[in-house]
Design a protein around this ligand. Structure first.
Ligand SMILES: *[C@@H]1O[C@H](CO)[C@@H](O)[C@H](O)[C@H]1NC(C)=O
Ligand SMILES: *[C@@H]1O[C@H](CO)[C@@H](O)[C@H](O)[C@H]1NC(C)=O
Ligand SMILES: *[C@@H]1O[C@H](CO)[C@@H](O)[C@H](O)[C@H]1NC(C)=O
Ligand SMILES: *[C@@H]1O[C@H](CO)[C@@H](O)[C@H](O)[C@H]1NC(C)=O
Length: 506
């Protein structure tokens, strides 16, 4: 009996849902794919592995289509020749900030008063200062004056060199940035203290660092996608609340060694009329944003170098040249002049290639009015108000076999001309591409902090290569797969960590 009731209930529910989302494609609209489940549509597949799902849709429908995702209709455009039509469209038609505000609220419970473009720009500027500060600050701990790499793990590599230290590569970066960021307010300690029952341990073991930082990060990925289940939401909320307390203005004020950016950032927030509670939330947002991307970017870059000796040799050669021109064998990083940092074509190519393979953000727009979208080849499509429009540069151009030969392979000199200058000519269907690699986004919402981020990574890697011998524990080790649940969400994370062995150079 109970089964019959249940089944009829589900049947009625499905019927209601499908009536709610009855929508058919108009001739002028992109191909529509509602999926088989009413209302939900493709939400599960999309959330599980967006790249595989969108590739399947692309093969089925071409480079523009509309899919149903949890009651929303999302039009996905995958023709890089046509990205300008989206990226530069006025915000009265295709709006970015609305969605950004939704995300800030959903993930970090941040609501800023009078959230406008100029305020946002200032924030971003401060944010990029923060990135630089964080990275430089963590790096100073690495320079020979402070040879304190993260907690070593007694490794089980086959050939135990007496002075070598073993560590997971991802955790190597995470613990650097995590342990040292925010000066005295170590977020790792903060996260560890989540467990109110136990006092904060004097030093955290790597497993814990990894566990907690990943945990927070994973919550954020779930919150971003909106696929969290209630229990997770509760746990994430408690993680956040605890961190807010630790990042609260009172806490920050009680620290003796505050950095100047921290002070100016607070001042800026006060000027915006942000109250104390909200200030802590903004701090957490910033902290997370830097760590979520800088760590993995450094991880992939170094892993590719370690896996490709010819690339490593080329970068090392360039680093040596930079250090020599800088006038010292090993110098504190902030003394590498900008002029020298600007002239590193090999490193640039390696970085661009790394980001081509691992940066996978969606560029998302809310459609604010019914409108026409003109593609580069002359096709024209209608878009409906309240739908969402999405570009996924990771699939095209970044991983597009029409643009890149063997797109899944790491080739360190892909962005180098034979004469050693930066290569900028890439083609799709015989036409030169304006956008051939978009790890930083593009158009109005290009990452303002990209130059700082590039500089930081560059300094980081140069100083690292200059100061340490590093190698993989197992040279034959396969490059780990991506954590596929993270597509659309910035830098991809590896599914597992990779053991490295490192030793200070004398
Ligand atoms: C909290 O601490 C207890 C005992 O120290 C431990 O068993 C438990 O796993 C910890 N919880 C978390 C979330 O770390
Ligand atoms: C704060 O800075 C001073 C000097 O700048 C230094 O001697 C002291 O150790 C620092 N304190 C902490 C907790 O880092
Ligand atoms: C390649 O990298 C350099 C610096 O790292 C950057 O200035 C340039 O814009 C990048 N090119 C692309 C297409 O990403
Ligand atoms: C290097 O080669 C590229 C094309 O291969 C060319 O466009 C560029 O002008 C050359 N630069 C120099 C300095 O020779």
């Amino acid at each position: 009996m109970i089964w019959i009731i249940l089944i009829s209930f589900v049947a009625v529910l499905l019927c209601v849902l499908s009536c709610c989302t009855r929508r058919s494609r108009l001739a002028s609209e992109p191909p529509l794919d509602k999926g088989t489940i009413p209302w939900l549509g493709h939400a599960l597949e999309f959330g599980k592995d967006a790249a595989t799902f969108l590739t399947r849709m692309k093969n089925k429908h071409g480079d523009i289509f509309t899919v149903q995702v949890a009651g929303r209709f999302v039009t996905v455009l995958l023709d890089p020749h046509s990205y300008d039509a989206v990226i530069w469209e006025s915000s009265s038609k295709l709006d970015f900030s609305k969605y950004a505000r939704i995300l800030m609220d959903r993930m970090f419970n941040v609501k800023l008063p009078d959230y406008d473009q100029s305020a946002e720009k200032t924030m971003v500027k401060l944010y990029s200062q923060l990135t630089t500060t964080l990275v430089i600050w963590s790096l100073t701990r690495l320079t020979p004056a402070h040879p304190t790499p993260p907690h070593p793990e007694k490794g089980n590599c086959n050939s135990p060199g007496s002075q070598s230290t073993y560590l997971g590569l991802l955790i190597f970066f995470f613990s650097f940035v995590l342990r040292n960021s925010y000066l005295n307010i170590s977020p790792v300690m903060a996260i560890a203290r989540l467990n109110h029952s136990s006092p904060p341990p004097a030093s955290l073991r790597n497993k814990e660092v990894k566990h907690y930082s990943r945990k927070l990060d994973n919550f954020m990925a779930e919150l971003y996608k909106g696929t969290h289940i209630l229990a997770e939401k509760k746990e994430a909320a408690s993680v956040k609340e605890h961190l807010w307390r630790l990042l609260s203005p009172e806490q920050v004020d009680s620290k003796t060694n505050r950095s100047s950016w921290l002070n100016s950032y607070r001042l800026h927030l006060q000027e915006l009329g942000v109250d104390n509670n909200m200030q802590a939330r903004v701090m957490l947002l910033q902290l997370w944003a830097t760590q979520g991307n800088v760590g993995p970017a450094a991880f992939w870059l170094l892993l590719f170098l370690l896996k490709h000796p010819e690339a490593m040799a080329a970068v090392q050669g360039e680093a040596e040249r930079v250090f020599k021109q800088n006038g010292r064998e090993v110098s504190p990083l902030y003394q590498i002049s900008q002029e020298l940092l600007d002239n590193t074509p090999v490193f640039n190519s390696v970085l661009n290639e790394t980001l081509r393979l691992t940066a996978a953000s969606f560029l998302t727009r809310e459609v604010l009015q019914d409108m026409q979208l003109k593609l580069a080849d002359g096709r024209e499509y209608s878009l409906r108000i309240d739908d969402r429009l999405c570009i996924f540069p990771y699939l095209s151009p970044q991983r597009d076999p029409e643009v890149y030969e063997e797109p899944e392979k790491f080739k360190y000199d892909r962005f180098l001309n034979p004469n050693g200058t930066e290569k900028k000519d890439f083609y799709k269907r015989g036409k030169k591409l304006k956008y051939y690699n978009m790890p930083w986004g593009a158009g109005y919402n290009i990452c303002v902090g990209r130059f700082y981020a590039i500089n930081s990574l560059k300094q980081f890697v140069f100083i690292l290569l200059n100061s340490f011998h590093m190698e993989l524990c197992d040279p034959e080790e396969r490059t780990p797969a991506f954590d596929v649940s993270r597509y659309g969400f910035g830098m991809l994370h590896p599914e597992r960590d990779v053991k490295i062995k490192y030793k200070l150079k004398i």
